[in-house]
Design a protein. Sequence first.
Length: 316
Amino acid sequence: MQFTNNGKMVARNAIGNTFIDSDSFYIASRGSTGCAPTKDAQGINTRNVRCSLGDINPGDSVSKQIQVRPKGNLNQVFFTASVSNDFTDSDSSNNSRDATTSVTSIVHPANDNFVKAAELKDKSASDHSGSISGSNVGATFEQPIKYVLDRENSIEPLHAGQNGGKSVWFYWTPPTSGSGSADVNTIGSDFDTLVSVYSLDTINLTVQEEFASNDDISAGNKASIVYFKFSPNHVYYIVVDGKQGETGHINLNWAAFLNGSSQAQATQSIDVGKAAAMLSPTTAAVSSATMRPMALPRLSLMTALLSSAMMAQVSL
């Protein structure tokens, strides 16, 4: 949406509004910074999206990108955009516009969503390591997400605390013979990656919040690496995302060692269920957050997930 001030005065505290119809989901993105769904009296998100535009000088324009994901196999999305400001506009006839956006199918990676996470298979029963290749081209920010890590907004969280939106999912089942330590990295990938680790408690069937994550290995190395302790009572979900929406070839490597092994990691301590982290001196910062268990709902796959950017010009 592009908002232009065609008047002779500064438009103070301009506000843009658009209504997302019931056939689409609003997707928060970097281009929609300053925009958010309004909430009803019960605090639930409505389908109206409000964008703070600030002050717009005469002749200037402000653009906002509103990203949606249509349901099913829609081929068009219809919406209305409008604008207002602190002053009464003498000519309000051009303060709203209708637009129709064509939607085309996007080929998504098979492991785009949590419920379709790709399995990381160890080399053998005694060698708990491996590598897998893939891509996050066409991957999406999952909403509504079925495991609901962000209960308030029911959206996929930011991985490693960074804007991404191009995440793909993997899962690794540790050996049943004991606990140990593991590391996962994206060395060999050709874009700026983000990596986060989540765990599924296989006894209580609860998903834990992110407890290990990394942006860059170092200032000059845009690959990511995480170290964590594992337990046989958990399945570990690894997310690879693209920082600021970058996409490309993924090379994901992992290695795990049982406690007592001569190769076990001794420089990193991240305990499942606790906010404890000690950084390896040879790696970049790995973040850790207190884990709060939450019930895992029945999972269902949403098919034909599409995304579209909508554009309309609205004037003051």
